[in-house]
Ligand binder design. Structure first.
Ligand code: PMP
Length: 393
């Protein structure tokens, strides 16, 4: 059996049309197949390899930690130097009220933990979330996600969740003294890069303050430099009570986190104790990798050039076939008239050696989210290939 047939037979399939790119090696913005094929990766494993594939500093940190120890104990009992170090470095980039880190394994778990924490802290049970949001796929995170198409087959889900529309000021009145928390992506990612308008996040912050509701920013996708700042909330001058991170956080290894102030977080340590439990959360190898990736991303020549790189993409992707381009930093959605066009573009680009994708909740838009280390020259090459494909549509 060839590797393609093994994949299709032995690995659970989640789509009727997988890309089926076989990867043997990765390096920087490139993936290499066993057949000698070379691909420019413009999606970073969906916003994960922000520091590029196998950045030498990340690889070295992983190797160093592998030589010391791997997993030693479930979360929260033992003191491990790489985990301590990453918590200190990560929070040195966050405001005073976000200094207590709970490391978990993924984005969905980070959101599960954050919502549990908000319920525990406020003693309230209602949760407000947004239509078209995406917060993960375990039962709790699916319940608070706003894409009905992905939810209906799995009902009943969590009760007590209210959905409101992003950027609709009037609907903020649905947040009340019964609301434990509001969870929001500061830029909606899987909805197709929807930016907040007219100080919407400031108004949301105010409504939460007025009602004693905790504000959770899901920065799983927008975090770690993706939008041109280390965290997207920095663009909008609004600080959440809890921030959730994953994807790029582990530098290519699985890692998530929810971060709050000490007073809020300590509620998980009593009544009941072990208020959130994870065996693997904060794995020392993942934390070592994440710490190295953080150092790479915060180098000024990387972080300070993200916005200009995003603008270059935006300029070079203009085409008559394009309906709209929404962009912040290196998080971009290129919208077309139909889902079918995007499907054809994704497949044709792969044939031409460029990997793009669609968005979970907006299949009429093409996703572009390359490693933040991509160079201006690589952007020009990628865009000229993509433009030829656009012209075929
Ligand atoms: N929140 C957001 C904003 C995301 O984009 C995602 C993943 N697309 C998640 C949560 C879930 O992350 P994970 O797949 O690691 O569970």
């Amino acid at each position: 059996m060839n590797s393609r047939d093994v994949f299709l037979k032995y690995l659970a399939q989640t789509s009727t049309d997988p890309l089926l790119i076989e990867v043997e090696k990765s390096d920087g913005i490139y993936l290499y197949g066993p057949d000698g094929n070379k691909y420019m990766d413009l999606i970073s494993g969906i916003a994960v390899t922000n520091a590029g594939h196998r950045h030498p500093k990340v690889i070295q940190a992983i190797k160093d930690q592998v030589d010391r120890h791997l997993h030693v104990m479930a979360y929260g009992e033992f003191i491990q130097e790489p985990v301590n170090r990453f918590a200190v470095n990560l929070t040195s980039h966050l405001p005073e009220n976000l200094k207590s880190v709970y490391f978990v394994n993924s984005g969905t778990e980070a959101n599960e933990g954050a919502v549990k924490l908000a319920k525990r802290y406020t003693g309230r049970s209602e949760i407000v979330s947004f239509y078209h949001s995406y917060h993960g796929n375990t039962h709790g995170s699916l319940s608070i996600s706003g894409n009905e198409e992905k939810k209906y087959a799995f009902r009943p889900l969590l009760p007590g969740i209210r959905f409101i529309h992003f950027n609709q000021d009037k609907e903020l009145s649905d947040i009340s003294r019964k609301t434990a928390c509001v969870i929001v992506e500061p830029v909606q990612g899987d909805a197709g890069v929807i930016l907040p308008e007219n100080n919407f996040l400031k108004k949301l912050r105010k409504r939460c303050d007025d009602t004693g509701t905790l504000l959770i920013f899901d920065e799983v996708q927008t975090g770690f430099g993706r939008t041109g700042k280390l965290f997207a909330f920095e663009h909008f001058s609004v600080i959440p009570d809890i921030i959730t991170l994953a994807k790029g956080l582990g530098g290519g290894l699985p890692l998530g986190a929810f971060i709050s102030g000490y007073e809020i977080m300590q509620k998980l340590s009593h009544d009941p104790m072990l208020g959130h439990i994870t065996t693997f959360g904060g794995n020392p190898v993942c934390c070592a990798a994440g710490n190295a990736a953080l150092e790479v991303i915060t180098e000024p020549e990387i972080l300070n050039n993200i916005e200009a790189k995003g603008e270059l993409f935006k300029k070079l992707l203009q085409n008559d076939k394009v309906v709209a381009i929404r962009q912040i930093g290196l998080m971009m959605a290129v919208e077309f008239k139909s889902e079918e066009i995007v499907q054809r573009i994704v497949h044709r680009c792969v044939e031409e050696g460029v990997i793009t994708f669609y968005f979970l909740s907006n299949r009429r838009s093409l996703r572009i989210a390359p490693p933040l280390t991509i160079t201006f020259d690589e952007i020009k090459i990628a865009c000229s290939i993509i433009q030829e494909v656009f012209d075929e549509m």
